[in-house]
Design a protein around this ligand. Sequence first.
Ligand code: GLN
Length: 611
Amino acid sequence: MHRRLISYATMKYILVTGGVISGIGKGIIASSVGTLLKSCGLHVTAIKIDPYINIDAGTFSPYEHGHAHKCLLNVCIGEVFVLDDGGEVDLDLGNYERFLDIRLTRDNNLTTGKIYQSVINKERKGDYLGKTVQVVPHITDAIQEWVMNQSKVSVDGDGVEPQVCVIELGGTVGDIESMPFIEAFRQFQFKVKRENFCNIHVSLVPQPNTTGEQKTKPTQNSVRELRGLGLSPDLIMCRCTMPLETAVKEKISMFCHVEPTQVICVHDVSSVYRVPLLLEDQGVVSYFCQRLNLPVEMRPRKMLSKWKEMADRSDRLLEHVSIALVGKYTKLSDSYTSVIKALEHSALAISYKLEVKYIDSADLEPATLQDEPVKYHEAWQKLCSSNGVLVPGGFGVRGTEGKMLAINWARKQNKPFLGVCLGMQLAVCEFARNVLGWEDANSTEFNPDSKYPVVIDMPEHNPGQMGGTMRLGQRRTIFKSQNSVLRKLYGDVDHVDERHRHRFEVNPELKHHFEEKGLQFVGQDVAGERMEIIQLEEHCYFIGVQYHPEFTSRPIKPSPPYFGLLLASAGKLQSYLAKGCRLSPRDTYSDRSGGSSPDVDIAELKLPSLS
Ligand code: GLN
């Protein structure tokens, strides 16, 4: 142990702001800083601030009455990330959960909408005694209070209050939307005292082809802007393609009024796993220890060695495994991020390089053959040449027939298949149509008049609320069978708690028809009314889950359904199971995991390419 006993009640806040442009990896950098401090034995939490006016990232209120056609809107926006408490939040919260192996709540995602809503509610209740309510001080006070309260919420599942809170402010400094937040933190730094608050400013150092020189001007400008608003950067983290030249570092130091050691180079690296290591190499941990007076020894604990191991492994992968991701691809969507991460975690755990073959399911449909035959044949070529097939969650009828065609192919060809949420529902529809002979079997979401409604509307009815709500957040699934593959992959547990986001479900009344023909419902909810996991007999790996296991996948703890898909696709599932699985429900990477997911000890999965 490289750590003395810590006993202080003071929270340490690290605010991460962005300059120049957004989308340069601020979230990854903020998560990596958190990871470093967690490696020192500290309890770390994170808050993401999105200065937009929406209340959350869900497209319609889960309290909305009426039917799911309203959620067609979901088709038009990017994916959301779902938390245990059902919070539909920004994808960045997924970064924090994955990097820090923590579990956040909806209030860890703060938006302008949420702050204004809370202030307006207070105003309506008369809490401001009829005074004029203003951005300063009312909104800014509410922001500070929110951050202070939320930073204390335990995220490790052990009830321990965090010691460090990383706060990521979305967007770039100078945006109109983020002004109240910047002002709130300007005041906050004095309120909590200097030794408890610091700022990381993530900036861009471009290197235009014309001269090939690294340019510091955008960084100078954004730091000036930040200072003008009353915040001084403690670390300037420079995103760049190549390592920063010494002269460039010195220039930034001089013009931005910081020591050269406070200029950190975050150049492009081979994988995200390298980022914490890159920061550690530049003394970021010792800087924080001094600046924030953190009573920890300098060397991050064992956990960081796992990151090194993952980074090295990821650089050396030789063998490929390809997964067809049969989904819906719209121009606007930043779809399937969590799904792809989950696939990557599993591929890395078995030392394979992941190749995702993106297939728009509508391209597999006969109508495409007529209109665009090349597209159709290309899509089928991609599908047929993949090692495994994944049909992810989704909303809306477009492409559902194509997804069923892909599922049909995987079922008949004995190709590894995983259906997630909508993917599982469509696997049930496909089976009903082609095995049970129920011709127009469908989900009532897509055909309310189907003669065989095998998937039906089953919203949750919560007391005190009108109408049914979408089933959101963590719910329990009980394993009904001792020999289900998934049960083994989860570490031979009786139940699993996974996150949900759906409204439709397999019609429980029809269950026996499927089971008689070999499609087993091996996991159900506690009451036995909701079908959670399907498994097809006599198939190498044909699994469907009503929940979204991707939301709890971690680099060091891949999600078991995805892990099974990757093992099967690499032709290793049988030998893995025969060896008694190296999965255990205990987390060997962190002493304080609150997760129920089992652990794949990557160090133990020795594969030739690593030796
Ligand atoms: N549209 C389906 C439902 O509402 C599936 C949702 C999903 O895949 N997340 O049940």
